[in-house]
Design a protein around this ligand. Structure first.
Ligand SMILES: Nc1ncnc2c1ncn2[C@@H]1O[C@H](COP(=O)(O)OP(=O)(O)OP(=O)(O)O)[C@@H](O)[C@H]1O
Ligand SMILES: [Mg+2]
Length: 320
C-alpha cells in the first residue's frame, strides 16, 4: 500500500510498440514514487521513453504491463478519477492559433463541467499567476513562445488538479523565458500545493527546478535522487585544457598520466581530463605541461555536471 503522502506510485510499468521493423520496448519495467508537493524531473535523451511514461500515467496510453496509482486512484481500474485529479500539458501544446486565449481556457474548463463564470474567474486568476495579464483577448497564434507555453500550463491547471504532468515545458524557449517559466512552476507549488512531474532533456532545468530526478535511458531508470547527491557520486573533477597547437594533444594527454583517473577525451585542441581532486591536480599538471613544452591557452576546472552523471551511468553523453 502506498503511504498517504504518496502522489504517484508506479510498479513495474512497461510499454512496447509493434512497428513494421519489429517490437520496440519503449518502457521496460519502471518503478518509482513521487511524494505530495514534490517537483520531480524525468531527465533523459531523445527517445528515452519519457513521453511514453507520461502518457501512460495520464491514462492516454495503456501500459503493456505493471500498475500505478495516481493521487490515490488506480490507473487502470479508476482511470476516470485519475483524469479528474491530474493536469497534463503535452509536449506539443494544445491551443489553436486562431482562438482567443481566454476562450481556449474557458472551453477547456467546460470540458471538466466547470460553469462559464467560474471558469472565467479561475482562468483570470491563473493568467495573473502565470504572468499573462492582458493576454485574455489575444489570439493564441499571436502570443510569444513563452506566453503560449504558460497558456498551455494554465489550461492544464484550470480544474485545480493536485498533480500536473508537464512534458518538456520549456523546450524551444530562450534562456530568459525558460528561467521565467521555472519561477512560475515553483510558484504553482507555493500557491496551490501542486505536485509537479515534468520531463526534460535539459540538464540545467533538472538542476535548477527539480527536488529530485529520475534519469531514464532506453526505457529504464538508470539513476535517481537529488541532483547534488547524484553529482557527488561521480568520482572526481574535470579539467578542460585548451592548447595553442592541436598537434600537442597526445603529448598533453601523456602529461596528465599521473593524475588522470580515466582516459582523457580529445577533440580538436581540447583535452578533457578527469581527476580525483581538481585543485590538487592543477599545479602538477601545469608543471608536467611546462616540462613537456606544451602550451595551454586555457585551463578550466569544473565539478561534475548531470551530464557527467549520465556519462558515468551509461558511458554516453546526455547530449548525444
Ligand atoms: N506510438 C508509437 N509507435 C511506435 N513507437 C513509438 C510510439 N511512441 C513512441 N515510440 C517509440 O518509443 C520510444 C520512446 O519514445 P518517447 O516519445 O517516449 O521518448 P521521449 O523520451 O519522450 O523522447 P523526446 O525527448 O524526443 O520527446 C522511441 O523509440 C519512440 O520512437
Ligand atoms: Mg517526449
Amino acid at each position: 500500500m502506498p503511504e498517504i503522502g504518496t502522489m504517484i506510485n508506479v510498479r513495474g510499468l512497461k510499454r512496447s510498440f509493434k512497428t513494421p521493423k519489429g517490437v520496440i520496448e519503449a518502457v521496460k519495467n519502471i518503478s518509482f514514487e513521487v511524494k505530495r508537493r514534490e517537483i520531480v524531473g524525468f531527465l533523459g535523451p531523445n527517445g528515452a521513453g519519457k513521453s511514453t511514461v507520461l502518457k501512460m500515467l495520464c491514462t492516454l496510453l495503456r501500459p503493456s504491463d505493471g500498475e500505478a496509482s495516481i493521487a490515490g486512484f488506480d490507473l487502470l481500474r479508476d482511470a476516470k478519477q485519475v483524469r479528474r485529479h491530474i493536469g497534463y500539458v503535452s509536449q506539443s501544446g494544445s491551443t489553436s492559433p486562431e482562438a482567443r486565449a481566454g476562450d481556449e481556457i474557458v472551453w477547456h474548463a467546460q470540458l471538466y463541467g466547470i460553469d462559464r463564470n467560474e471558469a472565467k474567474e479561475r482562468g483570470k486568476h491563473l493568467f495573473d499567476v502565470l504572468d499573462l495579464e492582458g493576454q485574455w483577448e489575444q489570439k493564441c497564434g499571436s502570443l510569444s513562445g513563452g506566453q503560449r507555453r504558460r497558456l498551455d500550463i494554465a489550461m492544464g491547471l484550470i480544474h485545480q488538479p493536485e498533480l500536473i504532468f508537464l512534458d518538456e515545458p520549456s523546450t524551444g524557449l530562450d534562456p530568459q523565458s525558460r528561467a521565467n517559466l521555472w519561477d512560475h512552476i515553483r510558484k504553482l507549488r507555493e500557491d496551490f500545493d501542486t505536485t509537479i512531474f515534468l520531463t526534460t532533456h535539459y540538464m540545467d532545468e533538472a538542476d535548477a527546478l527539480c527536488d529530485r530526478l529520475l534519469i531514464i535511458d532506453h526505457g529504464e531508470i538508470v539513476g535517481r535522487g537529488e541532483a547534488k547527491t547524484l553529482k557527488s557520486q561521480v568520482a572526481g573533477d574535470n579539467i578542460k585544457l585548451t592548447l595553442r597547437d592541436n598537434r600537442d594533444t597526445q603529448k598533453a594527454a601523456l602529461c596528465s598520466e599521473s593524475i588522470a583517473i580515466a582516459q582523457p577525451i580529445i577533440s580538436g585542441n581540447l583535452v578533457q581530463i578527469m581527476v580525483k581532486d581538481g585543485a590538487a591536480s592543477l599545479p602538477k599538471l601545469a608543471a608536467a605541461l611546462n616540462e613537456g613544452g606544451v602550451e595551454a591557452i586555457g585551463i578550466e576546472v569544473s565539478q561534475p555536471t548531470l551530464n557527467d552523471v549520465f556519462l558515468s551511468l551509461t558511458g554516453r553523453s546526455l547530449r548525444d
